[in-house]
Design a protein. Structure first.
Length: 240
């Protein structure tokens, strides 16, 4: 069984976004996927793994903060479930972010591009909690440099809580440096209070969240298949 561990949200659009991710995973693979929530929504992750011990649990998390390192392992203790890595630092996340950025730019005009980009992550006060956003910003910068034919597009990571620079600070820094088409690349998974804050910001354009991008579905499935293969290899070795 594949269980996707998500934070959970009271915003209906967030649940709809995760539903599209699950549908994409199932359409690609035929694997039935369940969702377990860490907060707000039901079923909880604890309820799901209680019903499905020995499942493969993929954390749908863009950073390696408290949920990935503390919350989820505590829930899975004694269940026999396999916990995979989250999505932090994966190049496919940066590629999905790049695609969303291009979509946001096209909404402003067919031939217009941002002249600066703020990669907006949730933010964490824990060591390592912001490395996913930092890595994604660096990878996005490399993608923009690779395809660029004009002036380099500066990219800066920023955060909505618990870390700095904040998104308003990053936007202001670019504005003070003379940039005018400043895009926010949303390094978040689903709509909620953070995406509402970004949409109300002074950015020239803001990209959509990432969970229902096709690359995320393939990344989740890859985590699942890798964990299943490792478990099968371990069982075969024990049987020898």
């Amino acid at each position: 069984m594949l269980v996707i561990a998500v934070h959970g949200s009271a915003v209906p659009e967030a649940a709809a976004t995760i539903d599209r991710l699950v549908a994409a995973v199932e359409a690609i693979s035929g694997v039935h996927a369940l969702v377990g929530h860490l907060d707000v929504q039901r079923p909880s992750l604890a309820e799901v793994v209680r019903e499905h011990p020995r499942a493969v649990v993929v954390p749908l998390l863009l950073g390696d903060g408290f949920h990935r390192r503390v919350d989820i392992p505590a829930v899975l203790e004694g269940t026999g479930c396999v916990l995979t890595e989250g999505l932090s630092g994966e190049r496919d996340v940066a590629r999905a972010l790049h695609g969303r950025l291009r979509e946001a730019e096209r909404r402003r005009g067919p031939y217009t591009r941002a002249d600066a980009v703020v990669v907006a992550g949730a933010g964490s006060s824990r060591p390592g909690g912001n490395t996913g956003t930092e890595a994604c910003a660096a990878q996005l910068s490399a993608l923009l440099e690779f395809e660029g034919s004009g002036d380099p597009v500066p990219v800066l990571p920023a955060y909505l809580t618990s870390a700095g620079p904040t998104v308003p600070e990053a936007l202001a820094a670019f504005q003070n440096a003379g940039y005018r088409r400043i895009a926010v690349a949303t390094h978040l998974l689903a709509p909620g209070r953070f995406t509402r804050a970004l949409n109300a910001s002074a950015a020239w354009t803001v990209s959509e969240p990432l969970a229902d991008h096709p690359r995320l579905a393939r990344l989740v499935l890859g985590r699942y298949e890798s964990a299943r293969g490792t478990r099968a290899l371990r069982a075969a070795r024990l049987a020898c």
